[in-house]
Design a protein around this ligand. Structure first.
Ligand code: PEP
Length: 262
């Protein structure tokens, strides 16, 4: 973050945690702190379960909390016979402006193929929403040394449905599967290497303006060190986004780093 002029982004993926009452409490707590001591340089986004979105969007709007709101997934289709799915226009109508596309849990446990990721990304970007495309290798590919080619192929496939201009609007989250929810983050060297690799791959694909996030067991303890690496522009945070204090501490680490205080 020290080398780039890109405004950091910290996104909290709540996954299947917090019902709408708990969501209300967390967002209100975030709002109190953010009004009192705002982050000057860092964009913060919360990504609750679908059923919380209406409550969260209403509070963010009525209390003017400087928080973006995102969805964890969306359908590639606009409407119709797609039981259990939600469309981009439904999300937009609520005030949701971000969507995570291709999170590894959707790819691994809900059979989201590369083709569906490509189509979903095109739908999200086509609707003028901010997409966060998740890529990352599993433990086996990491051990086998094919992690770069695997991530490169995921990026090329996902962006293939977009024009060059549209590609640069996509934020990419590099999230190695072996670091997600394990309590063991990738090392600084590994994040630095993959941050540069993703950047050069995006440059080759014409996505020169994309933000790059790192995700995988980011905590308030390790965020400061990772934030100074220079090849990533922020974080996608799971577990540590469920408490206001740890989520905001991660945001603050990015803010301080961007302002040159680290
Ligand atoms: C995630 O779900 O994208 C994630 C990075 O989770 P955690 O921070 O809990 O590893």
């Amino acid at each position: 973050m020290t080398n780039r002029a890109t405004r950091p982004l910290v996104m909290g993926n709540w996954k299947m945690n917090l019902d709408f009452v708990e969501a209300l409490h967390l967002v209100q707590e975030l709002g109190v702190v953010m009004h009192h001591s705002p982050l000057e340089h860092t964009d913060l986004v919360v990504v609750p379960p679908f059923v919380d979105l209406r409550t969260v969007c209403s509070v963010v709007e009525s209390e003017q909390i400087p928080l973006g709101v995102g969805a964890q997934h969306v359908s590639q289709f606009e409407s119709g016979a797609h039981t259990g799915e939600v469309s981009v226009s439904m999300l937009r109508r609520l005030g949701v402006s971000w969507v995570i596309v291709g999170h590894s849990e959707r790819r691994t446990h809900y059979a989201m193929s590369d083709e569906v990721v490509t189509a979903t990304l095109a739908t999200v970007v086509g609707a003028g929403m901010n997409a966060v495309l998740c890529v990352g290798e599993d433990e086996e590919r990491r051990q086998g040394g094919e992690y770069r080619s695997f991530v490169g192929a995921q990026l090329a496939s996902a962006l293939s449905g977009l024009s060059d201009v549209a590609r640069s609007t996509v934020t990419v989250a590099y999230e190695p599967l072996w670091a997600i929810g394990t309590g063991v983050s990738a090392s600084v060297e590994q994040i630095e290497e993959m941050g540069s690799f993703v950047r050069s791959t995006l440059d080759d694909l014409g996505a020169t303006g994309s933000r790059i996030l790192y995700g995988g067991s980011v905590t308030e303890e390790n965020a400061g060190v990772i934030a100074t690496i220079g090849t990533v522009d922020g974080f996608l945070v799971g577990g540590a986004s469920l408490r206001a204090s740890s989520f905001l501490a991660i945001g603050r680490a990015c803010d301080d780093c961007y302002a040159g205080k680290r």
